[in-house]
Design a protein. Structure first.
Length: 117
């Protein structure tokens, strides 16, 4: 069992930056791919980014490529999402997830990111 807790969301102006963190409980964090998803009001949840167990492989949705960076610190059981050049359309609840490369078994409660224009 893995419990995930996100933090770092908030209100920021367009063009600004935020850094999200997700801390995982348990001793098996390094066994899992980690990912970030987001869900905007009235929309379905969408994939944002994922990172392999070692951190050497990353993948991004086209909508965030070049602006967001995912990273992880296995010693601290933490995955990060650095978000730069934020746009109003990035407004959403952001969730971290743990699992395999394309299927995720554990989810956090989410953190709200609001980007004002």
């Amino acid at each position: 069992q893995v419990q995930l807790t996100e933090s770092g969301g908030g209100l920021v102006q367009a063009g600004g930056s935020l850094r999200l963190s997700c801390v995982a409980s348990g001793r098996t964090f390094s066994n899992y791919y980690m990912a970030w998803f987001r869900q905007a009001p009235g929309k379905e949840r969408e994939f944002v980014s994922r990172i392999s167990q070692s951190g050497r492989s990353t993948y991004y949705a086209d909508s965030v490529k070049g602006r967001f960076t995912i990273s992880r610190d296995n010693a601290k059981n933490t995955v990060f999402l650095q978000m730069n050049s934020l746009k109003p359309e990035d407004t959403a609840v952001y969730y971290c997830a743990a699992g395999g490369v394309s299927s995720y078994f554990y989810w956090g409660q989410g953190t709200q990111v609001t980007v004002s224009s």
